[in-house]
Design a protein around this ligand. Structure first.
Ligand SMILES: Nc1ncnc2c1ncn2[C@@H]1O[C@H](COP(=O)(O)OP(=O)(O)OP(=O)(O)O)[C@@H](O)[C@H]1O
Length: 223
C-alpha cells in the first residue's frame, strides 16, 4: 500500500532529513513510526501526501508512483489519505459539524450526503451529541476525536497520524490509539508517528524507528 524505495530528502539549505529510506507497508497493516525529534518522521509523512518531494528515490502509494504525479492528480491522492495532526488543526470559528464537513464540501458533495457522512464519522468517534458545539468547548481528547473524524470522513484507504497523542494524558492516549485500531480493523492502512514508546510498545504492531534520517529497525518488515 505504501512503498519507499531508497528515498532521500535534502531540504534547501542542505539538511538531509531522510537518507536512503526503504520500507513497505502492506494493505490493512498498522505500523508505528518512532524516532527522536528531528529524526525525519514528519518529512516521511509529508512525502506520502506530496507536501514535499524526494531528492532521490521513489514513493509509491496505493500503486501510484508519486514521482512526476501531475499537480491535478494530487487532490485525488489526498482524498485517499486521511491525516491527523497533534494540534488538531481545527477551525475554531466553526462548529464540530462544519469542521468535519469541510473535506466533503471541498469535494463537492450534496448537503444531504455531507450530513449523512459527517454523522457517521461522529458516531465512530463517539461524539454524535457534540455536532453543534464549537471546538473550544471540547476537551483536548474530544478535539483530537474531531480531528480523527475529519480525517476519516472521506473514507480514506490510508490514515496517517503525526503525534496524535502528543498533548494527551495516558488514558486518553490509549483511547485514541484504540480508535485507530478500530479503523484498522475495518480495512484502513494506518501509520502513526509517535514519541510515546510506553504506549506503543504495549501494542502488537510493527514499529519502524528513524535515527537521523535512517531507518534503524523495522521488525517484521524491510530494515
Ligand atoms: N522545510 C524545511 N526546511 C529545512 N529543514 C527542514 C524543513 N522541514 C524539516 N526540516 C529539518 O529536517 C529534519 C527532520 O525534520 P522532521 O520534521 O521530519 O522531524 P521529526 O522526526 O518529525 O521531528 P519532530 O518529532 O520534532 O516533529 C529536522 O532537522 C528539521 O529541522
Amino acid at each position: 500500500m505504501i512503498q519507499f524505495d531508497q528515498v532521500s530528502k535534502r531540504y534547501p539549505g542542505g539538511h538531509e532529513a531522510l537518507k536512503s529510506v526503504s520500507f513497505t507497508i502492506e494493505p490493512n497493516e498498522m505500523v508505528f513510526l518512532t524516532g527522536h525529534s528531528g529524526a525525519g518522521k514528519s518529512t516521511l509523512l509529508k512525502l506520502m501526501m506530496v507536501m514535499e518531494r524526494p531528492t532521490q528515490g521513489q514513493v509509491l502509494v496505493d500503486g501510484q508512483n508519486l514521482r512526476g504525479l501531475p499537480a491535478r492528480k494530487i487532490p485525488a491522492l489526498r482524498r485517499d489519505i486521511g491525516v491527523v495532526f497533534q494540534n488538531h488543526q481545527l477551525l475554531f470559528d466553526r462548529t464540530v459539524f462544519d469542521n468535519i464537513a469541510l473535506p466533503l464540501v471541498i469535494a463537492g458533495y450534496q448537503p444531504r450526503e455531507v450530513g449523512r457522512r459527517v454523522r457517521a464519522a461522529l458516531d465512530k468517534v463517539g461524539l454524535l451529541s457534540k455536532e453543534k458545539q464549537m471546538p473550544v468547548t471540547l476537551s483536548g481528547g474530544e478535539q483530537q476525536r474531531v480531528g480523527i473524524a475529519r480525517a476519516v470522513v472521506n473514507k480514506p484507504k490510508i490514515l496517517l497520524a503525526d503525534e496524535p497523542t502528543g498533548n494527551l494524558d495516558p488514558e486518553l492516549s490509549a483511547e485514541i490509539m484504540h480508535l485507530f485500531e478500530q479503523f484498522n480493523q475495518v480495512g484502513v492502512t494506518v501509520l502513526i508517528a509517535s514519541h510515546d514508546l510506553s504506549l506503543i510498545a504495549r501494542l502488537p504492531y510493527r514499529m519502524m524507528t528513524l535515527r537521523q534520517g535512517e531507518i534503524v529497525t523495522a521488525p517484521g518488515g524491510v530494515a
